[in-house]
Design a protein around this ligand. Structure first.
Ligand code: WTA
Length: 678
């Protein structure tokens, strides 16, 4: 623990040092005048005294086959059951219930990366037809039923939400794997979730190239089978319907080309399954402190209620808005705030296939102009990139954002101001939403129609969320104390994940055990949720997130486990030890840098360096690409043999390594410093 604490102090906490208390900026009156939520009384209604009943307000945004018997069942603490006994279907809530009034409205604007291709506008009626037909295919061709798991490894396309919603219609639990992940990472998730069906697309555009995505899936199927999970059926959507766009042909007996097979299902309608509120809707894998990614299991009723409310009150989406969240659907942001939340509100959501700066820095703003996007949602890493390569581009295009979001990592006040002044032309309200894969929806954010903004600060807990900051010993750090600590949430909330798939112990241990005093308690007050982030809270209750306290590196707003990367390095037989540290990066926020020591008798070489770098991309994907792979003579170690990541982190970030004389091998520190300085 002391080593982890040091990591926080020497790296992430530096951000706090540079950050001063910023001025309040009041939301533009024009925004407030139309906002969905402007009455501050919500904070009284959603006070802990009224917990858990206040959350029925969120559940009432949905259409239920049967109302719940109990708002919160705590009998299996801390595996909470929300809206127990209630029945609903997510696909019905995102589609069918809108048809009477909005069947002609665009549900999805799909923007292909090549600019010469037309934007596709999928109406709610069209979405209904396509989801039903694909659900019939999943049921009858693939033999899937309620409770089965399916892995989806697809690019950004209209077919991805169609696939997810078809699963939800049948009660099949989907596990979407980020399209950019490698075959190996995909196979791990197939195995962990026991998916016998994998769904993909033959190809997609990225940075001007049509990538052969199907080839990745062939490899994933092979690796999964070696790992004990056979994929019986690979369903392949076509990027261009009617044309097979991959050099890897369908494998007879295993692969089904969806667009051909669908012809057998034209006109078929599938009755939505009446799911219990607590039945799982999907799994989303994320990195944790140990090597294996964990499958965060999200429930149906709680999750959907929560993301619908957040979309309405924090994203402030109205029927007539055009809403563009730039995240990838393969991450939680895309699940909650491209697909489920917006569609449950009958919104029009934009899905862009490719790179926001392709073919040039103006692309994003052209999309905004063409579709008349007025709500815009992205991450600091994208904002930094857009600012760097095209600081004057937004001014050249004719669009008006009334609302903008930043999510996924701390945003520097300077970057925030550019976002507000240049992208938002000073007219848009900004929400800095702090949350996690595990939490389903927002934890902290200003309510845009109520609270003033503060650059670099996420704001208070959203209505209903009651944050608290503890020190290492469980003592409360009061707001305004000027000290950082572990940010926790005092109360359960409906969007929170239900468990780690197949590993309840890990769920309890990672998120609750540190501050729980009585493991047998059935009282929710005894189970604060531990986010794993360090934060400071100012006297007004606004929270600034400093970064992770565990072994997780946030790269471009995405979490990578250091153990995952280190294990990948150790797949190279010559490697004896590996240690990964986060390095500050201008655009990505953080970037992993790898230190490796070799087995006795092995000589360092550029080829070996490359081999290790390649192994990481192979095992995890390009997102985990390391800035450098340093082959060091030895790792700096404590006398008890622990690798001192803090020292390596300081070297990588050109910081102060501190006193190293207590190490077992202090001389190696200087050697490594020299190596890195060259
Ligand atoms: C970080 C993404 C500062 C945090 C939704 C968290 C943030 C991790 C913010 C979750 C924010 C997310 N300000 N830091 N607004 N939002 N984080 O699971 O460290 O990919 O624990 O979910 O990102 O990343 P995840």
């Amino acid at each position: 623990m002391s080593e982890q604490k040091n990591v926080v102090e020497t790296s992430e906490a530096e951000i706090a040092v540079h950050w001063q208390e910023e001025e309040y900026i009041t939301p533009p009156p024009a925004f407030v005048g139309q906002a969905n939520l402007t009455d501050p009384a919500i904070y009284d209604r959603f006070s802990l005294d009224n917990f858990p009943d206040y959350y029925t307000e969120f559940a009432q945004l949905l259409t239920w086959y049967k109302y719940w018997d109990e708002v919160l069942d705590t009998s299996d603490a801390p595996c909470w059951k929300w809206f127990k006994g209630g029945k609903l279907n997510a696909s019905f809530n995102c589609i069918d219930r809108h048809l009477a009034q909005h069947k002609n409205k665009t549900a999805i604007h799909f923007v292909p990366e090549p600019e010469e291709e037309r934007v596709q506008h999928v109406t709610y009626q069209e979405l209904y037809v396509r989801v039903n037909e694909f659900a019939a295919l999943l049921r009858d061709t693939a033999g899937l039923k309620r409770g089965d798991r399916v892995t989806i490894h697809m690019p950004m396309s209209a077919e991805l939400p169609i696939t997810m919603l078809a699963c939800a219609r049948l009660g099949v639990i989907h596990s979407v794997v980020f399209g950019g992940f490698s075959a190996n990472a995909c196979a791990d998730r197939i195995i962990d979730s026991n998916s016998r069906v994998l769904i993909t697309m033959d190809a997609y555009y990225r940075g001007g190239n049509l990538l052969n995505h199907k080839a990745v899936e062939d490899e994933a199927c092979t690796i999964a089978e070696e790992g004990g999970q056979k994929v019986d059926m690979l369903l392949v959507w076509q990027r261009y319907p009617g044309k097979y766009s991959s050099d890897s042909p369908p494998v007879p007996g295993r692969d089904v080309v969806v667009n051909e097979e669908l012809k057998n299902y034209f006109g078929v309608r599938v009755e939505p399954e009446k799911m219990l509120a607590e039945e799982p809707l999907f799994l989303m894998y994320t990195s944790g402190t140990t090597g294996k990614p964990k499958g965060c299991q999200h429930g149906t009723g709680g999750y959907l209620s929560y993301v619908t409310a957040m979309s309405k009150y924090i994203q402030d989406i109205h029927l007539e808005d055009v809403y563009w969240c730039m995240a990838d659907i393969g991450w939680i942001t895309g699940h909650s705030f491209i697909v489920y939340g917006p569609l449950a509100l009958a919104a029009s959501t934009v899905i862009y296939e490719g790179v926001p700066t392709y073919p040039d820095a103006g692309r994003s703003w052209r999309i905004a102009q063409q579709l008349d996007v007025n709500i815009f949602h992205t991450a600091p890493t994208a904002i930094r990139a857009l600012r760097k390569i095209g600081p004057d581009e937004p001014a050249k295009y004719n669009y008006t954002f009334k609302h903008m979001t930043t999510v996924g990592e701390p945003i520097e006040p300077e970057v925030w101001r550019w976002y507000r002044e240049v992208v938002g032309r000073g007219e848009a309200v900004i929400v800095d939403t702090y949350w996690q894969t595990e939490t389903g929806g927002f934890l902290c954010s200003t309510v845009p129609g109520i609270n003033p903004m503060k650059a670099g600060s996420a704001g208070p807990g959203v209505p209903g969320i009651h944050p608290i900051i503890f020190d290492e010993n469980g003592k409360v750090i009061e707001p305004g104390a000027g000290k950082a600590g572990n940010i926790c949430i005092q109360n359960p909330w409906p969007g929170c994940f239900q468990t780690v798939w197949g590993d309840r112990d890990r769920f309890v241990k990672s998120y609750f055990s540190m501050y729980n005093k009585n493991p047998d308690s059935k009282d929710w007050r005894d189970w604060p949720y531990m986010t794993g982030d360090a934060a400071v809270q100012s006297a007004d209750g606004y929270v600034r997130i400093l970064g992770r306290i565990d072994d997780v590196i946030n790269v471009s707003g995405h979490r990578l486990g250091t153990k995952e990367i280190e294990s990948a390095a150790l797949t190279v037989p010559e490697v004896a030890e590996a240690a990964v540290v986060p390095v500050a990066h201008e655009i990505k926020g953080k970037e992993p840098e790898l230190y490796v020591s070799l087995k006795p008798g092995i000589q360092p070489s550029p080829e070996l360096q490359q081999k290790i770098a390649d192994a990481i991309v192979f095992e995890i994907g390009k997102i985990a690409k390391c800035k450098n792979v340093w082959l060091v003579p030895d790792m700096p170690k404590t006398r008890s043999g622990k690798i001192m990541r803090r020292v390596l982190g300081a070297i990588s970030n050109k910081g102060d390594v501190g006193n190293v004389m207590t190490l077992a091998n202090p001389e190696v520190v200087e050697e490594i410093q020299k190596m890195v300085a060259e």
